[in-house]
Write a protein that binds this ligand. Structure first.
Ligand SMILES: NC(=O)C1=CN([C@@H]2O[C@H](COP(=O)(O)OP(=O)(O)OC[C@H]3O[C@@H](n4cnc5c(N)ncnc54)[C@H](OP(=O)(O)O)[C@@H]3O)[C@@H](O)[C@H]2O)C=CC1
Ligand SMILES: O=C(O)[C@@H]1CCC=N1
Length: 271
């Protein structure tokens, strides 16, 4: 049973995970500590808004926590881990959501064999819809993995992958929501430019994406087959898709994922 959980880093990702956890009955709010580097207002906001415990002292947050979630930017990871390493022990589970950085690299910052699970959630955790991938480091056992899966299952789906796949996962589902929002921005802009009011455009596009998502999840058809069903010969969809092809959008998206993956590799090497 988890008696105490600490978030080292209190930014967007920590808040998204926190929101998801609190919406489930995984852990009571008074068992959760948040801490960051220097932004006191942010901690005060999280305390006021979610009634979690807050402290300026990363050690105080991590000490005795069954689960310590590291949610800092990759360039802050070394400082963050160094600041808490003296109060960690092998009975605690360290979960890192930091992009790019391997469990081995984090272990290298520690003096003891602390169990580490690396996870890649996304910000849809705030509404319980994250697609999270997890992988365990050398010192994490099956129980640690189960704890991490249980935690991330409260904020969406959670799947174990090989650590070698984490860069790809980061590029598709970690960053993925941003690609969808990018597409929505363009669709909204086009709709408004041709006279539709923004709110109507936003609602129609949002429901279109929710519907397409559910089709992808429940239909036995492939994305390409689903697309074919919408594309009447000589119709509007074909006309639209021809423009996407003219602009090499599919190739652009492939490049986008490739580049995001490469960036994840680079971020891991910087540590
Ligand atoms: N945003 C996303 O969609 C996703 C992000 N991630 C990963 O999550 C991590 C956090 O990202 P995100 O939440 O967006 O980043 P934010 O910039 O929103 O938050 C980073 C947090 O880390 C804190 N911090 C920095 N240094 C330290 C330190 N030494 N000790 C304690 N806290 C520290 C910051 O505190 P202060 O403000 O005081 O400096 C801030 O609260 C990243 O590694 C990212 O790769 C993973 C999946 C998705
Ligand atoms: O952009 C980033 O680096 C992080 C990792 C995945 C989503 N956001």
């Amino acid at each position: 049973m988890i008696e105490k959980m600490a978030f080292i880093g209190a930014g967007s990702m920590a808040e998204s995970i926190l929101t998801g956890i609190l919406a489930s009955d995984f852990l009571a709010k008074e068992r959760i500590y948040v801490t960051n580097k220097s932004d006191h207002n942010r901690l005060a906001f999280l305390k006021d808004h979610y009634a979690v415990k807050q402290t300026d002292d990363t050690k105080e947050a991590a000490a005795g926590a069954d689960v310590v979630v590291i949610a800092v930017k990759p360039h802050d990871l070394e400082d963050a881990v160094t600041s808490i390493k003296d109060c960690l022990n092998a009975d605690q589970l360290l979960i890192s959501v930091v992009a790019g950085v391997s469990t081995d690299a984090i272990s290298g910052l520690l003096d003891q064999k602390i169990p580490i699970v690396r996870a890649m959630p996304n910000t849809s955790s705030a509404v319980g819809q994250s697609a999270t991938a997890v992988t365990r480091g050398d010192f994490a056992g099956a129980g640690d993995l189960q704890t991490a899966l249980a935690l991330f299952n409260t904020i969406g789906t959670a799947t174990e992958v090989a650590e070698t796949s984490m860069h790809t996962v980061t590029a598709i589902s970690g960053s993925g929501p941003a690609y969808v929002y990018y597409l929505v921005e363009a669709m909204e802009k086009a709709a408004v430019q041709t006279g539709l009011d923004y709110d109507t455009a936003h609602d129609l596009i949002t429901q279109t994406i929710i519907g397409a998502g559910e089709m992808l999840q429940t239909s036995s058809l492939s994305p390409s087959e689903l697309r074919d069903k919408i594309t009447s010969p000589g119709g509007t969809t074909q006309a639209g898709l021809e423009k996407l092809d003219d602009h090499h959008v599919q190739a652009g998206v492939e490049k986008c994922v490739e580049h995001a993956r490469e960036r994840s590799v680079e971020l891991g090497k910087k540590l």
